[in-house]
Ligand binder design. Structure first.
Ligand code: ATP
Length: 383
């Protein structure tokens, strides 16, 4: 827990364990408290309540140096007057490591990071990606118990970011060093993390392997945050229909298949009530044959974004859109005044061969077993 002097609670009730050798990513929007959490683990920020253990040892009272961790920040802060070799060896010099041992460790790190030919260069003679690798090298040579990384790729351009992302993943696997990594980028989180902790407003929303976060989000916030384009989220009413259940949203209706009910069993208790319905864009497809009612929706295409391998098709609906971050920001739904109601512009991810044109009326089928349901008040999954 972290309460700043001005009363701001940046981190609230954050409990988790990181396994030995694990790569754990803390992800969330700006201001959710992830950097503060990392700085508390590093010892750069005093904690207002709770305990931090490394290897079972409470480190609350230890200085950053005594915690045996190495941090990599988004600004690499290399010393401009030192060469790559001197920059990388600097922490070892400070720790009183012998010259021989220092040279050995710097060479080993340079080889892992492909920096051998750059050892005599100065930071101003390096590209952004190379500087970032030197910053990583400086962390590696210390052979710490834990790596802490705070948005280390955010100053790089998109292409380099993807390349460095792969290098960080490979490096961490090779070294096997326990890593806590902070980012606001959900794609980075999903590709790097063995497990991903999603934070919002200082509160841990869910901690799970990437695939599970995507398949089984525990809250509306996670549902709306993980995935690109995000899940379609709208207000729906659960009704009984032909011996089963259906979700009505605006003038649309889709039947809820048994496997979705199995996954979200509390839906059965919501007959006649409103819930949040989540549908993934890729679960829609253009119907090529006539589908039974309640197995498809019919809507008019408003916009098409052709991305090459796929197209994003936007279809306006009269269902009330649910904003995952605003509405459930404090754990409970704000009652939306009717004048404020935003209507859902449904996004479908469609194979390029079947892309409709602007203004066309289409029939969209939905993969029956991939509906998501959440409590309209609390934003929690109905299970
Ligand atoms: P970003 O991605 O923008 O860095 P973050 O998720 O890392 O965001 P933090 O930097 O941890 O968020 O900040 C969490 C909250 O704590 C924010 O509301 C921020 O304004 C507040 N905060 C951070 N530092 C202080 C401080 N020294 N005093 C008061 N409030 C602070």
């Amino acid at each position: 827990m972290k309460r700043f002097d001005d009363g701001t609670v940046a981190v609230n009730d954050l409990n988790f364990d990181i396994e030995e050798g694990e790569f754990l990513v803390l992800v969330g929007p700006s201001g959710c408290g992830k950097s503060t959490s990392l700085r508390m683990v590093a010892g750069l920020e005093a904690i207002s309540g709770g305990e931090i253990l490394i290897d079972g040892e409470a480190v609350n009272g230890l200085t950053p140096r005594e915690r045996d961790i190495a941090m990599v920040f988004q600004t690499y802060a290399l010393y401009p007057h030192m060469t790559v070799e001197q920059n990388m060896g600097f922490p070892l010099r400070m720790a009183g490591v012998s010259a021989d041992e220092k040279a050995k460790r710097v060479r080993a790190a340079a080889s892992v990071l492909d920096l051998e030919v750059l050892l005599n260069r100065y930071p101003r003679e390096l590209s952004g990606g190379q500087r970032q690798r030197v910053a990583m090298g400086r962390a590696i040579v210390r052979e710490p118990r834990v790596f802490l990384m705070d948005e280390p790729l955010s100053n790089l351009d998109a292409k380099l970011r993807v390349q460095m992302r792969g290098e960080i993943a490979r490096l961490q696997r090779e070294l096997g060093t326990t890593t806590l990594y902070v980012t606001h980028d959900q794609v980075e989180a999903m590709t790097l993390g063995d497990r991903v902790a999603v934070m919002h407003d200082g509160i841990l929303q869910q901690l799970a392997p990437p695939g599970e976060l995507y398949k089984s989000p525990e809250t509306v916030f996670v549902a709306g945050f993980i995935g690109s384009p995000p899940m379609n989220l709208c207000r729906a009413t659960i009704v009984e229909e032909g011996g089963g259940l259906a979700a009505k949203f605006g003038t649309f209706s889709l039947s809820v298949d048994p496997s979705s009910i199995e996954k979200y069993p509390l839906v059965r208790e919501r007959i006649g009530k409103d819930v949040v319905l989540g549908t993934r864009p890729e679960c829609f497809s253009i119907a090529t044959e006539e589908l039974p009612e309640n197995k498809h929706i019919v809507a008019k295409v408003d916009m098409v974004e052709m991305l090459g391998a796929e197209a994003l098709v936007y279809l306006p609906t009269d269902a009330e859109q649910i904003d995952s971050s605003m509405t459930f920001g404090n754990g409970a739904a704000r009652k939306v005044a009717s004048a404020d109601v935003q209507h859902l512009s449904l996004v479908a991810r469609i194979a390029p061969k079947t892309v409709p044109s602007h203004g066309e009326t289409v029939s969209l089928g939905y993969e029956a077993d991939s509906m998501h349901f959440f409590d309209i008040e609390t934003g929690h999954a109905l299970r």
